[in-house]
Design a protein around this ligand. Structure first.
Ligand code: NAP
Length: 500
């Protein structure tokens, strides 16, 4: 695996936009793309300015209005989605290695989970659209009322750096399945896998020109030009809450909608009757998978006082034993943080936690890792109250906080004491308690006795400042279609005749 990494790191890459069926020449402002495990520059991104974004939106718009895609049969769309699924799996090793190179996420996670999941998104929507129909109402005598779900048009799909391929593939699969065209904007920090996917799809000529377009560049330049463009019909965004608010403001000017998958600070509640082995395993995964850089991290952990010392001790001991290092090493459990800013940010939270009375139980400092990258010791703090900044703000790092609770009502109130509402985790062996607590948690998803399970049939998304809308199955249909009503007079009563 190390050879593969060296090869990838040596290969020069120029990341540009893909517009109307071809890659554009490199001319935009150069932005270095970094391998976070070595700080080496592995590619150069050429930023798309407003004019280039305009060309991409025009290509998507022309493909939508006059091309075959919006009118393609479900069978044709299914075939294309399955061809994309196959293309991703055929290139799974390469895509996983690129994702690891650019994000620092251990290869065993990108190869084992992220890339298969990216492919599965296309397969899922290929199957889903074959089962979907509209609605028919016959209650109005003499009339037939139909409800159909039309494609919405040009979709701007904007993704984050923490799982670039898997999360943006979900948006592409949903948008394409329902007959839309799109312009994709990855994070400037992690553009490599999506650029490679576009190259693979281009080489296989899977889609008509203009149906998928890619613009690369910073949020301030490329992202703002795309989300504020008058000719897009919606934005599907995954990223931070503050960016989501900026995009919604831009959309409001055009009276357009957006689906927002935003930040989280998810509570994980361990009751005294939980299967303690599974709860600790799950809380570790929920805090440290993806280098802890996960929107759904269940890293705000509440544990019942009667088992607190045992659980917290075991968690802190195992955190100190986590294998930190080269993300290409199959033994590595934690890779580097994404960049220096993130590394500094996390340390400022350790300082703020200590200043507010929290106790540091593990980690908290930069560490060697391998290759001089942005490595941080996974961190555990015990907090005296939920009001601390480390319990209220999304840290987006391998950083878990523990709080101790005494009863169910109290812990539900503290779990809900957050501006976010993405996921709630409940660890208990008592079914009634699981149902009772799940019902009262103010989150878009509740996971009971499991850390991370994404069932695409269900919707994923947040309440409060964690988002708007749901991704998956019917949630994606609502996001990527316009509901249209068509009322047909079959044997209607005579109309009143005006002007006679
Ligand atoms: P971010 O800074 O908000 O950026 C997300 C994307 O938006 C990037 O492509 C960014 O471009 C772009 N962007 C920035 N400003 C923009 C603007 N004014 N207009 C249009 N696009 C703009 O978030 P991030 O740091 O990449 O990702 C971490 C955040 O994502 C965390 O808060 C995490 O919880 C959230 N997240 C949520 C989910 C979910 O499903 N709810 C999943 C994963 C991550 P640049 O990066 O190039 O500036």
């Amino acid at each position: 695996m190390k050879d593969l990494r060296a090869e990838l790191a040596r290969a020069p890459r120029a990341v540009t936009s893909y517009v109307g069926g071809g890659f554009v020449a490199t001319h935009g402002a150069p932005i270095p793309v970094i391998d976070p495990s070595t700080r080496a520059v592995v590619a150069t991104l050429h930023e798309a300015d407003a004019a280039e974004v305009d060309r991409a939106v025009a290509a998507a718009s022309a493909a939508f209005e006059t091309g075959p895609w919006a009118r393609a049969s479900v069978a044709d769309r299914q075939k294309v989605l399955m061809d994309i699924h196959a293309a991703i799996l055929d290139h799974a090793d390469e895509l996983a290695a690129l994702e690891t190179l650019n994000t620092g996420i251990p290869l065993r996670q990108t190869r084992g989970m992220h890339v298969p999941r990216a492919a599965q998104n296309f397969r899922f929507f290929a199957e889903f659209i074959n089962q979907q129909g509209g609605d028919v109402y016959t209650q109005e005598p003499g009339y037939l009322s139909l409800v159909t779900y039309d494609p919405i048009g040009v979709c701007a799909l904007i993704g984050p750096w923490n799982m670039p391929l898997g999360l943006t593939a979900m948006k592409m699969a949903g948008a394409l399945a329902f007959g839309n065209t799109c312009v994709v904007k990855p994070s400037e920090i992690t553009p490599l896998t999506l650029a490679r996917l576009f190259q693979i799809l281009h080489d296989r000529a899977i889609l008509p020109d203009g149906v998928i377009n890619l613009v690369n560049g910073s949020g301030a330049v490329t992202g703002a030009a795309l989300s504020g463009h008058p000719d897009i019909d919606m934005v599907s965004f995954t990223g931070g809450t503050e960016t989501g608010a900026r995009i919604l403001t831009a959309l409001a000017r055009g009276i357009k909608g957006g689906a927002m998958e935003l930040g989280g600070k998810s509570a994980s509640i361990i009751f005294a009757d939980a299967d303690m082995g599974r709860a600790v395993d799950g809380a570790m995964l929920g805090s440290f998978m993806n280098n802890g850089q996960m929107c759904l991290a269940g890293s705000r952990i509440f544990v019942h006082r009667s088992v607190a010392d045992r659980v917290i001790d075991e968690f802190a001991t195992r955190t100190k034993a986590l294998r930190i290092g080269d993300p290409f090493d199959p033994e590595t459990e934690i890779g580097p943080m994404i960049n220096a800013a993130q590394l500094d940010r996390v340390q400022s939270y350790v300082a703020s936690g200590l200043a507010e009375g929290a106790k540091l139980l593990a980690g908290g400092k930069p560490c060697e890792g391998s290759g001089g990258g942005f490595y941080l010791e996974p961190t555990v703090m015990r907090a005296p109250s939920n009001a601390l900044a480390i319990c209220q703000e999304e840290i987006f790092a391998p950083f878990a906080t523990f709080q101790v609770f005494d009863d169910e009502d109290e812990v539900i109130a503290r779990a809900n004491d957050s501006r976010f509402g993405l996921v709630g985790y409940v660890w208990t062996q008592e079914l009634e308690r699981a149902m009772r607590v799940s019902g009262r948690l103010r989150t878009g998803t509740v996971l009971v006795n499991t850390p991370i399970l994404r069932d695409l049939r269900t919707g994923f998304g947040g309440v409060r400042q964690s988002g708007l809308g749901r991704e998956g199955a019917k949630g994606s249909r609502a996001m990527f279609t316009e509901m249209k009503s068509t009322i047909i007079a079959l044997q209607p009563p005579a109309l009143p005749r005006l002007g006679i």
